[in-house]
Ligand binder design. Structure first.
Ligand code: NAD
Length: 337
């Protein structure tokens, strides 16, 4: 069997997927431009199986075509993208060029090499402002920012490529991804960090730090936003099931990846205090624009068709994230001394 190409494999979710693929005995090629991924992560992954790393940029079509000529690729798992919502509003060009343009180049290279299976990181942001909760896959897709729009455009392009060229895709629409490798080998490592859990946890390090909570007057049980936190190890397991599905001839499809369960920001905050055993100072701030009150997945379709069952709790995610944050904190301390 050929290798699995993982674009964005040096990043947060991609690297966890590489570990899961290696665990199942797959040979992996990582393609990443290290714009937000880390070479240290790649070096760690190399300890756990047959991984090759190609540094390249999806926006440069010759980089990705070279890869398909050099390696025998069986299927692609495509994580590489920019993913900061606020930045996408300020600089949509950056997002369309990288996410849509980069994916177009990837698909061209796949067609040239006759590789016709792809698992793609889509997002709950393709749904936009929810019309009902929990959100199933029949919910209209009306993204409210260029990031979500870029992902929806890719989903639509993938449908056309299936009809015209027989390129089959599974699009996985993630809700809020959380946690780290349970052995703390790798974890979430974004600069800047925009996600709730790592930011709460980071505020436990050092004296006098506090955490800003945006929006306390939403129509939810305690006034703060509700989100569905899916553990990263559970999430990447769904990618392996999606690969199996495509390898067995499954048709192009799309699935929500979430837990069917929502937690308010205050509940997440309390859970972080419980797991870390620390009192964290929280400053209530006004709402940020573009944050829906509640986002919770209906994951019945992934359960039924992919036989995917998320197993980890919110506390499991916070616990593994905290173990990883402590390692990152030590690393930064050493580097700054
Ligand atoms: N983190 C979440 O909660 C979440 C939620 C929904 C969807 N997603 C999607 O999941 C995917 C992975 O997210 P993440 O949190 O791991 O992000 P990340 O930034 O950690 O990883 C993205 C990786 O892609 C690489 N990359 C970006 N543009 C590239 C290009 N042009 N060529 C080659 N490599 C490139 C980066 O260097 C990085 O290693 C993204 O597509 C994101 O949109 C993430």
């Amino acid at each position: 069997m050929g290798k699995i190409l993982v674009t964005g494999g040096a990043g947060y979710i991609g690297s966890h997927c590489v570990l899961a693929l290696l665990d199942k005995g797959y040979d992996v090629v990582i393609f990443d431009n290290l714009s937000s991924g880390h070479i240290e992560t790649v070096e760690t992954l190399k300890k756990y199986g047959n991984v090759q790393f190609v540094k390249g940029d999806l926006q440069n079509i010759s980089d990705i075509k070279f890869l398909f000529r050099e390696y025998s690729i069986d299927a692609v798992v495509h994580f590489a993208a920019f993913s900061q919502v606020a930045e996408s509003v300020k600089n949509p060009q950056k997002y369309y060029l990288n996410n849509v343009g980069g994916t177009m180049n990837l698909l061209s290279a796949m067609l040239e090499a006759d590789v016709k299976k792809i698992v793609f990181s889509s997002t709950a942001a393709t749904y936009g402002e929810p019309e009902y909760i929990p959100i199933d896959e029949k919910h209209p897709q009306n993204p409210i920012n260029p990031y979500g729009q870029s992902k929806l455009m890719i989903e639509n392009i993938m449908d056309d490529y299936d009809k015209a060229y027989g390129l089959r895709s599974v699009r996985l629409r993630y809700f809020n991804v959380a946690g780290a490798d349970s052995q703390a080998r790798i974890g979430e490592w974004h600069t800047p960090e925009t996600h709730l859990i790592p930011n709460i946890l980071k505020s436990t390090f050092g004296e006098g730090k506090s955490f800003k909570l945006f929006g306390t007057d939403y129509p939810t049980k305690d006034g703060t936003c509700v989100r569905d936190y899916i553990n990263v190890e559970d999430l990447v397991r769904a990618h392996l099931l999606a690969l199996d599905y495509l390898q067995k001839g499954g048709k192009t499809n799309f699935f929500n990846l979430g837990t069917n369960d929502g937690y308010t920001n205050r509940e997440v905050f309390s859970a972080c205090e419980k797991v870390t055993g620390k009192n964290i100072t929280c400053i209530d701030c006004p709402r940020r624009s573009g944050d829906p009150a509640s986002l919770v997945a209906d994951n019945t379709k992934a359960k039924t068709i992919l036989s995917w069952i998320p197993e980890k709790t919110l506390e499991n995610s916070i616990d593994s994230a905290y173990n990883w944050e402590k390692i990152l904190e030590e690393k930064f301390k050493k580097e700054n001394n």
